[in-house]
Design a protein around this ligand. Sequence first.
Ligand code: FES
Length: 114
Amino acid sequence: MTLTQDFIDIGAIEDVPVRGSRLVKTHAATIAIFKTVDGDVFAIEDKCPHLSGPLSQGIVHGSSVTCPLHNLVIDLASGEAQGPDGGCVKTYPIEIADGRVLLKLADTLSEKVA
Ligand code: FES
């Protein structure tokens, strides 16, 4: 990882598979970086709001991911779970610049561990 003023450079966008994910571990959380078929990139905590399933191992469809454990569908942009049970996953600001994936520092490394 390379540090910039406000963002952490977590790697090349081409290293994130389409309809797949890559993980970034910080002291506060494990963050899953997803890339959709349309090339959109999202960052959410790798922890399902139901029973903490690993969302990074889920199936990406459209701009959502389905949890591999019990099929809860999570909107990657909002982190909101769809369906009657609801719930929400933490999302993280992300940018792509010069083919690099950048996570905003204030929302990742500066978090306190609960
Ligand atoms: S842990 Fe994700 S749906 Fe149950």
